[in-house]
Each structure stands twice: as C-alpha cells, then as structure tokens.
Design a protein. Structure first.
Length: 97
C-alpha cells in the first residue's frame, strides 16, 4: 500500500482553502485525536473496547485521507486485542504523518 505524506494536507486544503494556519491547527487536532485513539486501544479492558477505538481510528483516518493508517486500524479492529505488532505498526504510521 502506498504512503502519501501529502494526503492529509491536501484533504485539509480542499476543505478550508489556502489557509496555512487553519490547516496546521486542523492537522494538529487530527494528530491529537489519533493519539487519543491509540491510548484508548492500549488501555482497552475488553476486545470490544479495543475494536471500538480501532474503528474510531479507522474512520478518523478515512476522513483525512490517511490510507495506510486506515488500513492498519481496520486490521487492528478485525484482529486480536492488544496485538503489540499492530500497535507498533500503527505508531510507525502515525510518526510518518
């Protein structure tokens, strides 16, 4: 799966136009929401809670055009809760955003 580092910025620019400060603010909000989902997954007390946070992350990633993150979140939602390999891959994907 290809990684497009500009997809999030392009999605935001399409939504708000040429407003660099607003784009930066929305990007930061997106990243904080992503990190909140990851924290929720780590703290999940049940497989359903894990899947819920993973699906929330998938939807968030889809809304911002983060295709790789969306695919990994879908994998997490369908897989075993607290899968450390999937969590590592999710964290790497977020670092690349």
């Amino acid at each position: 799966m290809a990684y497009d580092p500009g997809a999030i910025d392009a999605t935001l620019a399409a939504a708000v136009g040429d407003e660099p400060a607003l784009i930066a603010e929305l990007r930061e909000s997106f990243l904080e929401s992503v990190k909140r989902c990851l924290r929720g997954m780590k703290a999940a007390e049940s497989p359903d809670e894990w899947a819920g946070f993973a699906l929330r992350l998938k939807g968030l990633a889809a809304s911002f055009g983060a295709v790789r993150l969306m695919a990994l979140a879908a994998e997490a939602a369908a897989g075993q809760a607290h899968d450390s390999t999937v969590l590592r891959r999710l964290h790497r994907a977020v670092e690349r955003l």
